[in-house]
Design a protein. Structure first.
Length: 210
């Protein structure tokens, strides 16, 4: 049973990304993916137990790619958040993220397919991973420090508790995706940034200091 080399892994990623995006989880064929990628079943099962693990692998790769892009953009542009309030930072980072998916349209199409996915198995896999990220990953490493800085700078309404503010904001991207991506098959990239800005303004009206 042979390991898949780096070139094979990239080919598998590209083929699987295309198959899951176009066919949806249930209709996506593992046999078709392996045939198009030129990978044997033995080699595949050395790395993945089943189609579900491959699907989760695609999600994780794209999640990491998005945040690597944001971090690189911030380093190259010497981004300094001093003087910016919490909601302005969310807008800026959202613009960077949407710039990334504009450059990588397959990434955006996969994200959109996730929120339109009707397979209970696929939704369960992704919902579980998103909850893990909220609890242990990006939210704790990135969003929480921003919220703490916003609390320190008094960017939020004083009558709201820290627990309430964090509780709302920990799930704000899931809520945005549900409202503007999951149910709208005709969503266009050129409208998404406008929707995102309006959504952040909505949060600011509810949570932000007057």
């Amino acid at each position: 049973m042979d390991k898949i080399n780096m070139e094979g892994k990239e080919k598998l990623f590209e083929v699987a990304l295309d198959e899951f995006t176009k066919q949806g989880y249930d209709r996506a064929s593992l046999n078709n993916i392996l045939k198009k990628a030129g990978i044997s079943k033995g080699s595949f099962y050395y790395h993945f137990r089943n189609k579900q693990e491959l699907y989760l692998h695609i999600f994780k790769r794209l999640h990491d790619l998005q945040h690597e892009y944001i971090d690189k953009w911030k380093r190259e542009n010497k981004l300094d958040y001093r003087g910016m309030n919490f909601f302005d930072i969310l807008k800026l980072e959202g613009r960077i993220a949407l710039e990334m998916v504009t450059k990588y349209p397959k990434c955006y199409e996969f994200w959109k397919s996730i929120y339109q996915e009707k397979s209970n198995e696929a939704r369960e896999v992704i919902d579980k991973e998103i909850k893990r990220l909220i609890k242990e990953g990006h939210v704790e490493d990135h969003l929480m420090p921003l919220i703490d800085e916003g609390l320190k700078n008094k960017d939020f309404r004083e009558e709201l508790t820290e627990k309430f503010i964090k509780g709302v904001l920990k799930n704000f991207m899931i809520s945005f995706s549900t409202c503007f991506i999951r149910e709208d098959e005709g969503v266009k990239m050129e409208n998404l940034l406008e929707d995102y800005y309006e959504y952040i303004d909505f949060l600011k009206r509810g949570l932000g200091k007057n």
